[in-house]
Design a protein around this ligand. Sequence first.
Ligand code: UN1
Length: 500
Amino acid sequence: MTEPVRFRNFIAGKWVETGSKGTFENRNPADTRDVVGVFPSAGPEEVNEAVAAAKEEYQRWRLVPAPKRAEIIRHAGDLLAKHKEDISRQMTREMGKVLSETRGDTQEGIDTAYYAAGEGRRLFGDTVPCELPNKFGMSVRMPVGVCGMITPWNFPMAIPTWKIFPALVCGNTVVFKPATDTPATAVRFVEILLEAGLPEKAINIVCGSGGAVGNAIVDHPDVPVISFTGSTEVGKKIATRAGNTLKRVSLELGGKNAQIVMDDADLELAVDGALWGAFGTTGQRCTATSRLILHEKIHDKFVAMLVERAKGLKVGNGLDESVQVGPSVNESQRATVKQYVEIGQNEDKATLALGGKELTAGEYAHGWFFEPTIFVGVKPKMRIAQEEIFGPVLSVLKIGDLDEAVRVLNDTAYGLSSSIYTRDVNAAFRAMRDIEAGITYVNGPTIGAEVQLPFGGVKGTGNGHREASHTVLDTFTEWKSIYVDFSGKLQRAQIDVQAG
Ligand code: UN1
């Protein structure tokens, strides 16, 4: 046995191997005999050090012209592109999704780099006329300071880049806590930022648990912004805690996304969409299709087509290019999936049309595999139609018309992504208007958002912020209104002056 690779945190410009809370191991979910690395487990001491360094650097970085800051981000994009294959392979080893998807994840990071770099020459504000003569008014975006970034394991490269690239272009500095399931990809990302020329103290990575590192970042008085992607439960705790120091908190939380298939839809196309939406990334996307809402006229035919296709999905180690569905990320995630299948059968009394079991024999013996699973006969109030499962489990519901489809789709605590398959343009436009979600696809699955459009959701999915697009800038900048009076005398606004 070779010694596992030891990874380090990067704090206050130095790589540090030790953690005040010891170390933690990261294992390959497709084969847990494979140790991806050993990581320092940090705590509040390291967070304090990281925040102090980021705060100091902020005073220099904010004065670097935005186009210069953006050049570094563009270069980071070039480096991500150069190392795309290695990064993606390590990501598959670390969290299990198939290679074609980890390549897509890295590509999303590259796209985000170039998009954010373009902002270096925009960061638009307004110029507006003033009430008084010889006076000029404008609004400008100012950086906020040290940003605390707490990121999940399901998009280990894309999601950190969604937050960190725009924050840096805006002139902020960063303290980054990645998920403990995907620290290797996060460390690689930090190495790339440094290689691209980012000042050392502008980025700090502090690996460790949510309780020790995450809370210390959230509580820190010198961190004015938190950007978090993860579960609704944790998001609520973060927002509540962060209220004590009046932080701005951008939350990207859970989903219970649905695909509607109307009776006039192209069924082959809709089956392709449902398969990809439900079982891509092993259902571990916040945009995953976890409900399928079928028109009664096509319900039985569609279920038969879908089950047939889902049966053929190849489950396995994502490093094998022929595999389509990887493992759950860890033991507890697979246990959650199993628990929901039991709820579906015993409590909800839905009908299992496919799957439902852990895969444990032969090549699956050392990983967290689960069969692609489909429930039919699901009713809107059942737990498997309401609660986020984050695994390869699809709940199928039957409806009679578009109004009912939209009502059922909206009847959850979440509102991230949604989809409708129809060839009726009127139905499509009504759905686009009436669906309560941050993202709606017409004739496409619920996954696959592009970086130039706002990403986020309504209700329990978030708190009104949007990542990606130019909308992300609202999280990482403060508006400042500037008035320049060039009249050479005191001019008083809001004081009535008699005409003449
Ligand atoms: C997520 O699941 O947290 O839209 C992000 C998509 C991807 C991003 C998903 N571009 O499916």
